[in-house]
Design a protein around this ligand. Structure first.
Ligand code: NAD
Length: 480
């Protein structure tokens, strides 16, 4: 059985405890590799290596550092096929999605931040007749990056790339549910000759390896993406240690559809924004609000299309709906479908676990599910489900839909469909979200700020925001 290794001080090593746990293929329910069960002693060793590497890495010319990060990008690209297959196998996502989104976007993240750092400049503020302020931005030192399972390498690189580009040394932990492409990344780091200690990738559970990163006194910043409860725990723990925190957390995104939208464009995009990656993208719209004049038309067309979506093995190139990530997650999503029924919801399509032919007969497949008849404030419409489940609800006025859209504790993203420009601006301005798409979904420009408000997070990733997070500004005033 293949054993995944930790990557510490440039070497691929076993966890100090010698313990491993199972890595399961969600499309078969079978164990296919072993994951190091790392603990605080592995994190201590990685931090020591990172400290040793920091002076040279942070003191290196930006051009030289940038070249290393470009090589990481190219190293993944060279092994594209292997990364794509590994991501699909580990996560259960359709191979076509890993090939079109996950791995190419991870390549782009490294490339983007390798070049962005060359153009990253600090500010100066002249004071008429008095002097000048100039601001320097220095790397923080050793930083921690902790990521979730839904877009494993993509979100891992979204943190590691800006952290490294701005001169920090990194202790990174991928989700224990999907560690494989992070392991492949450590092989690439070795292949390209990244100096030892600059990047350390430790595998293990949240309460053990993750917690040790959060609590380590020498790790001065934590960039975290994951659930809101975990984010709250990290805040409580790292806050009193005065660590810099960037928290990208859960969501319950509204998709607001007005009667004057381009119906066909809206319909095909709404299928994707509801069910891409089995609904396990933090930006998926799980609450669909439809203006009453087109509610019945939408419901008929949407349910007809969703009913035709079939779960297929993730490795099948035709697959558009794979498996959800784990047994525990499948059970959680199915329990929310039961809750929806108890709350008075009608299942318009889906609603059940799907059993595929062998060898996928024990895989974690859930039929894409559409529910109607629920009130906006019931638990199904307030809590994050993070699976292939959406609710549809009619609305009559802008005020009403904004009230319902803004009623959850979350505020990550929102989608608005209308051909009325004034209304698009008005609703986009009032909807409580960090990211809004009008007549589109998941269009990403790496220069733009990424993140949510309310319980969806603190801080922003992307572009200059990420480089600012991973650097410490110092203002210096000189009298004229
Ligand atoms: P999770 O919070 O369970 O785990 C995320 C990471 O944190 C994992 O690496 C895990 O090992 C680690 N972790 C868990 N407990 C920890 C602890 N006590 N100390 C330190 N680390 C700990 O989340 P998940 O189930 O992996 O991911 C799904 C969640 O991520 C969903 O809520 C989803 O909305 C969210 N998400 C948010 C964004 C965003 O950009 N806002 C993007 C993707 C996913």
């Amino acid at each position: 059985m293949k054993k995944i290794a930790n990557y510490i001080n440039g070497a691929l090593v076993e966890p100090k405890s010698g313990k491993y746990f199972d890595n399961i293929d969600p499309s078969t329910g079978k164990v296919y590799s072993l994951i190091p069960d790392s603990d605080a002693s592995d994190i201590d060793e990685a931090v020591e290596a990172a400290h040793k590497a920091f002076p040279e890495w942070s003191g290196m010319s930006i051009e030289k550092r940038s070249k290393f990060i470009i090589k990481l990008s190219e190293g993944i690209e060279k092994r594209m096929d292997e990364f794509v297959k590994a991501e699909s196998l580990d996560n259960g996502k359709p191979i076509a999605l890993a090939a079109q989104v996950d791995i190419p976007r991870a390549v782009s993240n490294f490339h983007f931040f390798a070049t962005a750092i060359i153009h990253f400049a600090s500010e100066s503020h002249a004071m008429e007749g008095q002097g000048i302020n100039y601001t320097t931005r220095k790397p923080i030192g050793v930083v921690g990056c902790i990521s979730p399972w839904n877009l494993p390498l993509y979100l891992f690189s979204w943190k590691i790339a800006p952290a490294l580009a701005s001169g920090n040394c990194v202790i990174a932990k991928p989700s224990e549910v999907t560690p494989y492409t992070a392991y492949l990344l450590s092989e690439v780091a070795q292949e390209i000759g990244l100096p030892p200690g600059v990047l350390n990738i430790i595998h293990g559970t949240g309460p053990s390896a993750g917690d040790a990163i959060v609590k380590h006194p020498s790790i001065k910043a934590i960039s975290f993406t994951g659930g809101t409860q975990t984010g709250a725990y990290i805040s409580r723990t790292a806050g009193p240690m005065f660590k810099k925190l960037s928290l990208e957390l859960g969501g319950k995104n509204p998709n607001i559809i007005f009667a004057d939208c381009d119906f066909d464009d809206m319909l095909s995009t709404t299928i994707r924004s509801s069910f891409a990656n089995q609904g396990q993208i933090c930006l998926c719209g799980s609450r669909i609000f439809v203006e009453r004049p087109i509610y019945e038309k939408f419901k008929t067309a949407f349910v007809e299309k969703v009913s035709r979506m079939k779960n297929l093995a993730p490795s099948d190139p035709k697959s558009k709906q794979g498996a959800v990530v784990s047994k525990g997650h499948m059970e959680k999503v199915l329990s929310y479908i039961e809750l929806a029924k108890e709350e008075g919801g009608q299942i318009l399509c889906g609603g059940k676990r799907e059993v595929l032919p062998a060898p996928h007969n024990e895989g974690y497949f859930i039929q894409p599910t559409v529910i109607e008849g629920l009130k906006y404030d019931c638990r199904t419409n307030q809590e994050e489900i993070f699976g292939p489940v959406v609710t549809i609800m009619p609305f009559d006025t802008e005020e009403e839909v904004l009230m319902m859209a803004n009623s959850t504790q979350y505020g990550l993203s929102a989608t608005i469909w209308t051909s009325n420009l004034k209304r698009a601006h008005r609703v986009a301005d009032q909807v409580q979200a960090g990211i809004v798409w009008v007549n589109s979904w998941l269009v990403r420009d790496l220069r733009t700020p990424f993140g949510g408000i309310k319980a969806s997070g603190v801080g922003r990733e992307g572009g200059w925001e990420a480089l600012k997070f991973f650097t410490e500004p110092k203002n210096i005033f000189i009298k004229q």
